[in-house]
Design a protein around this ligand. Structure first.
Ligand code: FPP
Length: 277
C-alpha cells in the first residue's frame, strides 16, 4: 500500500476523477498486474481481422498506463506476450505482435517521458528477434531515470519457466557457495525470479471474463486479490482500472490470518469437546 502523495490526480478525466474520489487514497495498491485478454474477440465482434484487435489493445496499454501514472501507482505489470503465444500462435500473428511492440515503443516513449513512466520487461527476452530486443533496450534506457510508474511488460513470459530459470540460477549459486539445501528459503527463490526487484502484485486484473491464471506470475500471486471483468481488453480504460481498485479496496486481505473479530481464547477452545474421528 502507498500514499498517493505525488499523484497527478488533477490530470484524470472527469469520469476517472468520479471513481477516484470514492477510493481510499491511504490504501491504494502498490502493484497491479493485468492479463490483457480479448483482443481477438473484440475484433471478431466487429468482423475485423484479429490484428486490428491487437492494435486497439496497444492503445489501451498506453491509456491505462497514463491513468496509473496519474494516480501515482508505483508498479504496473502487463502480460503482453506469453511463451505459449510464441509457440502456439500462427507465425503471422507472432510476427505482427512483434512489429506492433516495436512501433508501440517507437511511438510511445515520448509519452512515457511526459508521464514519468519507466519501462522494463520480464520473460525470456533473449529469445525475441534481435531488432525487437534492440528497440526494447532503447526504450528501457531512455526511460530508466523516470521515477513514476514502472511499466513492466511480460514478453515471451511463462510463470513455470520463470520458476525453472530461478531454480537453475539458485542451483548454480548453491554449487558455487556450497550451502546446504535445507537453508533454501522463500526469499532465495524470490530473488532469482525475473521480478526480484518488485513487490508482489496486490491486485491481478483479467479482462474478457476467463477465470484462468494462464501461467502468469505463479509464485508472485500467492496472496494477490483477483478481479475478473467481462470487458474485452481493447475496451478497457483508466476508469475501469480505477473501478477494479475500488473493488479491491472493498476486500479484506488476510494473508492466511483472521479478521480481528472472529478469534477465540484458549479457555473457549478448551471447553469444546473434540469428537473422536
Ligand atoms: C490476448 O488477446 C492478448 C494477447 C495475446 C496479446 C496482448 C497484446 C496486446 C494488448 C497488444 C500489444 C501490446 C503492446 C505492449 C504493444 P487474444 O488474442 O488471446 O484474444 P481472444 O482470446 O479474444 O482471441
Amino acid at each position: 500500500m502507498y500514499l498517493a502523495s505525488t499523484s497527478r490526480v488533477h490530470e484524470l478525466t472527469p469520469e476517472e476523477r468520479a471513481v477516484y474520489s470514492t477510493l481510499k487514497t491511504e490504501s491504494l495498491p502498490e502493484h497491479v498486474a493485468i492479463i490483457m485478454d480479448g483482443n481477438g474477440r473484440w475484433a471478431g465482434h466487429r468482423s475485423l481481422k484479429r490484428f486490428l484487435g491487437h492494435q486497439q489493445g496497444a492503445k489501451s496499454v498506453q491509456l491505462v498506463t497514463e491513468t496509473a501514472s496519474r494516480i501515482g501507482l508505483p508498479w504496473l505489470t502487463l502480460y503482453a506476450f506469453s511463451l505459449e503465444n510464441n509457440l502456439r500462435r500462427p507465425k503471422t500473428e507472432v510476427n505482427f505482435l512483434m512489429r506492433l511492440l516495436k512501433s508501440y515503443l517507437e511511438n510511445n516513449v515520448q509519452r512515457m517521458m511526459d508521464n514519468n513512466v519507466r519501462i522494463r520487461y520480464i520473460g525470456r527476452i533473449h529469445e525475441l528477434p534481435n531488432e525487437v530486443q534492440d528497440k526494447m533496450a532503447w526504450a528501457a534506457d531512455t526511460t530508466s531515470a523516470n521515477t513514476g510508474t514502472t511499466l513492466t511488460l511480460a514478453l515471451n513470459y511463462g510463470g513455470r519457466i520463470e520458476i525453472v530459470d530461478a531454480f537453475r540460477a539458485l542451483a548454480a549459486e548453491i554449487r558455487h557457495k556450497h550451502f546446504a539445501p535445507e537453508r533454501i528459503s522463500e526469499a532465495d527463490i524470490s530473488r532469482h525470479l525475473y521480478t526480484a526487484h518488485m513487490p508482489d502484485p496486490d491486485l491481478l486484473i483479467r479482462t474478457s471474463g476467463e477465470m484462468r491464471i494462464s501461467n502468469y506470475l505463479l509464485w508472485q500471486i500467492a496472496y494477490t486479490e483477483i478481479y475478473v471483468t467481462e470487458r474485452l481488453w481493447p475496451d478497457f480504460r483508466g476508469t475501469h482500472l480505477l473501478e477494479a481498485i475500488a473493488d479491491f479496496q472493498r476486500r479484506e486481505r488476510r494473508f492466511g490470518g483472521l479478521s480481528d473479530s472472529v478469534g477465540f481464547t484458549d479457555e473457549e477452545a478448551e471447553r469444546v469437546k473434540i469428537a473422536a474421528s
